[in-house]
Design a protein. Structure first.
Lengths: 293, 309
């Protein structure tokens, strides 16, 4: 057993990816976060296989305000809808729209930030002035204005939040590329006559991926929070579609008398964001070159 | 220095034009007709057309935007489409509530964030440090509105210590400000800790220790002074975050600030209000950012020299 452990340590030290995994595994909270979130994603993703969607939206007033029991593990809300079903189906929107925001944010952020950072000069100036514009007002305010204009729906919600977050991501990508651009190995590659595209793909991207991955993970957390906040404000997702923020908004009047209606959806948001943040934190430590020695 | 300030103020103009243009276009191209929303479903097509003409809606978007900006530049922020009240007056009435909320929450964030961050840094890699960091992470995962709702239930409705909503006294401000400060607290703790750690390993700290200065004096007098410089630059971002978060917090605590104003206007497609709020907030955020940069230059002689030359 001890032999095996030593072997694992050795291999961890050899390959870049292996050593990242090795360091990540040492962070217990991050590993916990990863498995918890994976389990949650699985439950939510496979929901149609074991849970009828109508349970989450069909109203049944005679069943209203049932406290948690075997039949309704999370109880029922004011319309007699099963809260467990609503939380599970709500998670499909909250988690996967969050993921959608991060993916869009990341692709556009890397493209814009990458172009700005690598080419510099006028292109950089123009892109940075644009990010200035979109960072002029707090992101939630911008997202609110855009999503109410575009109208309700998951897709519009993703677009609105993407517009609000891309500027910051582009800046982070840009600054991490700027520090790379002037390094000697890039100069060496240029001397060999390597094309711009190849330098970007082979040399810049792999080296700038660390901070970007960390940013992406942490921005998944804030995307989930923002979606829930917009839902709570009553924009983005229209009722009766369940979404964690709207579930809380729906039950707001009754939380005092039926605390489970408030506590459970809040915990769903809080726990998933917490896991995402634990993972992001673990990745930050695992990817930080300063920690390597 | 003066030239620098002037340049920064001039740079605010294109940013405000850019963001207002974007929002205006998005609002104009959005599906749905704000005019029929205003007049209700039983309005005749003549009434709709007349209203459209009155609002200038029968013109090209760009022309409309230019006309709107011309009116704004003459000092008139137009009136609400829905209730006809002047946007500027309403804004002036509401902004003190939002401002007070943002500033109070900022004070809480800074006081708690700094002390926790310094405390964690001074005990780097001990259980205290780790627990502080985990706590910060957990706090940053809680949705603001949920936190606000729970505060209301526990401190206002169950314990009856504080009023649950509305404005009026200092006591009304405590729960909303605490709620709002939760957004930035975690970030503040981490930032303070890491910038403190950057200086704590410097030579002059070792010198101070070697001189026999007490640990408290080393931290408070030598490390904090330099370690907190980057924290000052972050103030502008913190303030912008507080302003954004105020939207949600105001909704939870029924505070008649600009957040609630903006949400209701956005839902009703009341373009003059949405545009007005965006313009004001953009200017406020830009000015705060400029001020923090100036404060930074003022307290860090190295940066000050850079501006002078």
């Amino acid at each position: 057993m001890d032999d095996f452990k030593e072997h694992a340590t050795d291999r961890g030290a050899q390959s870049q990816f292996g050593s990242i995994i090795f360091r990540f595994k040492k962070n217990k909270l991050a590993v916990f976060g990863f498995f918890f979130l994976a389990a949650l994603a699985l439950i939510v993703l496979t929901a149609p296989l074991y849970l009828d969607y109508s349970k989450a939206i069909r109203q049944n007033i005679s069943q209203q305000f049932q406290s948690p029991s075997w039949k309704h593990p999370f109880g029922t809300d004011v319309f007699g809808r099963d809260l467990l079903a609503r939380v599970i189906y709500g998670g499909r929107i909250s988690l996967f729209a969050g993921l959608g925001v991060v993916l869009c944010d990341l692709s556009f952020g890397m493209l814009l930030g990458g172009v700005a950072g690598y080419f510099g000069g006028r292109v950089d100036q123009i892109i940075m002035r644009f990010t200035d514009i979109f960072m002029a007002v707090p992101s939630i305010l911008l997202a609110l204005a855009v999503v109410t204009a575009l109208g309700e729906g998951t897709f519009n919600l993703i677009i609105a939040l993407m517009i609000a977050t891309v500027p910051r991501t582009s800046r982070i990508v840009r600054s991490s590329i700027l520090t790379l651009r002037n390094q000697e190995f890039i100069e060496a590659a240029k001397c060999y006559g390597t094309s711009n595209a190849r330098i970007i793909i082979k040399h810049i991207l792999p080296n700038s991926i660390g901070p970007v991955v960390v940013t992406a993970t942490l921005s998944l957390g804030s995307a989930i929070l923002n979606i829930a906040a917009l839902g709570f404000l009553g924009v983005g997702i229209s009722p009766p579609t369940p979404e964690w923020g709207t579930i809380l908004a729906d039950n707001r009047q009754n939380i005092l008398y039926y605390p489970y209606l408030g506590i459970i959806p809040g915990l769903a948001i809080g726990l998933s964001v917490m896991c995402v943040n634990f993972i992001g934190d673990g990745l930050r430590d695992a990817l930080d070159p300063k920690m390597k020695k | 220095m003066l030239r620098y300030i002037l340049k920064r103020i001039l740079l605010i103009i294109p940013v405000v034009i850019g963001i207002t243009f974007f929002i205006y276009i998005v609002l104009a191209l959005a599906p749905g007709d704000p005019v029929s929303l205003m007049l209700g479903s039983d309005a005749t097509s003549e009434q709709l057309a007349a209203m459209r003409h009155q609002l200038g809606m029968d013109q090209n978007v760009i022309v409309r935007y230019l006309l709107y900006m011309k009116t704004v530049l003459s000092g008139d922020f137009c009136t609400s489409w829905l209730n006809g009240r002047p946007v500027f007056n309403e804004f002036l009435q509401r902004i003190p509530h939002t401002f007070a909320l943002a500033v109070n929450s900022l004070i809480i964030t800074i006081v708690f964030g700094l002390s926790m961050g310094i405390f964690a840094a001074a005990r780097q890699n001990t259980p205290v440090d780790n627990i502080t960091l985990v706590f910060a992470l957990v706090f940053s995962s809680i949705p603001t509105f949920w936190c606000g709702l729970m505060f209301q239930i526990v401190f206002a409705l169950k314990l009856g210590w504080l009023p649950s909503m509305g404005v009026g006294s200092i006591r009304h401000m405590i729960l909303p400000a605490l709620t709002l400060s939760m957004i930035s607290l975690a970030g503040q703790v981490r930032m303070t800790r890491s910038s403190m750690l950057d200086v704590i390993n410097m030579d002059y700290i070792r010198t101070a220790r070697a001189k026999g200065a007490s640990e408290f004096r080393v931290i408070m007098r030598h490390a904090v002074r330099n370690g907190l410089l980057p924290v000052v630059t972050n103030l502008g971002i913190l303030f912008a975050n507080a302003f954004g978060g105020a939207i949600v917090t105001e909704t939870v605590f029924a505070i008649p600030g600009i957040g609630v104003y903006m949400i209701n206007a956005a839902k009703a497609r009341d373009v003059p209000i949405v545009m007005g709020v965006i313009i004001f907030v953009a200017i406020i955020v830009a000015v705060i950012n400029l001020l923090t940069d100036l404060i930074y230059a003022f307290i860090d002689p190295r940066v000050k020299m850079g501006y002078m030359s």
